[in-house]
Design a protein around this ligand. Sequence first.
Ligand code: NAP
Length: 502
Amino acid sequence: MSLSTSDAVPTGTSSPPALRVVIVGAGFGGIAAAIELRRHGISDITILEKAPELGGTWLLNSYPAAACDVPSHLYSFSFAQRRDWSRLCSHQPEILSYLRGVASAQGVADLVHASTTVTSCSWEEASCRWSVETDAGRTYTADALILATGQLNTPAYPRIEGLEDFAGHSFHSARWDHDYDLRGKRVAVVGSGASAVQFVPEVAEQAARLTVFQRTGNWFLPRRNRPYPAPIKQAIKRIPGVQAFRRGFMFQYCEAITVAIRHPKTMGRLLHARSAAFMRWQLKDPDLRKKAWPDYTFGCKRVLFSSAFLPALQRPNVELVAEAVARVVPEGVVSADGTLHEADCIIWATGFQASEFMFPMRIAGAGGRDLREAWSDGAHAHLGMTVPGFPSMFILYGPNTNTSGGSIIVYHEAQAAYVRQALQLMRGRRARAVDVRAEVEAASDREVQARFAGTAWTQCDSWYRDEQGRIVANWPGYMREYLEQTRELDPAEYRFVAEPQP
Ligand code: NAP
């Protein structure tokens, strides 16, 4: 089929054609996109969700004390602010209930086709549509495809010997087994990142013995996160402007963390000193302090906010093993120094396959080109959203859009509005597809990668990198910069695929 591409596809006089949109993923990103599109008159939307209901990470991560360490006044949609959060950083049930409530109120909850796993998405040249296949053998077609599966959806397990040999019970922190009673058990927790830090103090109270395996220490900042006292709650609820002030303040506070990460030798030193003082104060025992102490630049990995984790390590029934895990045997876990740590239950708090993005879904763009092939040198996309040769495909929370200091919801909203602009332009120009220009994407990728130079992110290994060591998860700058760069889509950066000439 002979399609021509053009910078200036003429705008017609009759009403523009309706667009059919498929969104994959019903977490914060997918819901944000659906709301934005519906608000702007794009209403033929289907949201395909693998899980039994909407919620994304907040449905699946239900481990004890699961919470968001970003304050809720910022970790919430700007257009759906709540004044009655129970505490600074809400727990998982409150966040999930918020997302469900917003989705229902905005009329997008019913667009979710749950328990539907997408296996492949293929661009059909002839029709200029995406063909989206599910594991149930159903095919959806769409003029535009929005992939909102996020970076943190597929649990990662360590590649170590003996995983299948363990005679006890085991599960991943992101798939918590609530039917398993930890009381009186010998529990091994492998991993000490943001998830473990939240549930370890809870598990420590239940388990007979808890062994925490930490491969790398973390930098901590204090966070008590108690329920708001009544006067504060009332002030937020009743005094005009208090909530908006809190949101604005938290935005700036998060940006300050990014300043520290971007400038490890100046602002980074200040926060490093704050963190070190807090950790020294919490870790009274010099041996434990030595074991828990991180050996990399402040901010290179995610800084953890907890006033409960380090004290939990000092309980008599808890042991911190500062060793990598060598292998699993039927009786328990063997650490790198050869010691066997017997366990009845292993909890894998080993994070997610973040650099895999939406894989193992197969995504074939123009000419049948596989996205894996396009990303063979590492994932990259213009503003984290558009990939040349994958027309009318948009990724939310895609490459280089994770934040170490801010709220991902801020990014989701910016992305949803950007995608909406792309679709409005496409529709307004009566184009059949919109495709980012290869040179634009390549230049923006170079710019993103160059901006990491000199930052703390480059100074250790972390889940922000892919196997080749390229930082593919994080945005290298501030939330405000991302907002500025995505606020207005520049049509010159895209090719609009024209209707075929009669
Ligand atoms: P994570 O931060 O990636 O932590 C994984 C942990 O497992 C690390 O301690 C890691 O050690 C360890 N690990 C990985 N492979 C291992 C191996 N083969 N042997 C021994 N240890 C191994 O995962 P997470 O804690 O689930 O958090 C992931 C992300 O989710 C966070 O960074 C954050 O973005 C998000 N999250 C956010 C919140 C929130 O409150 N906003 C809460 C939870 C999670 P190394 O450090 O040595 O790699």
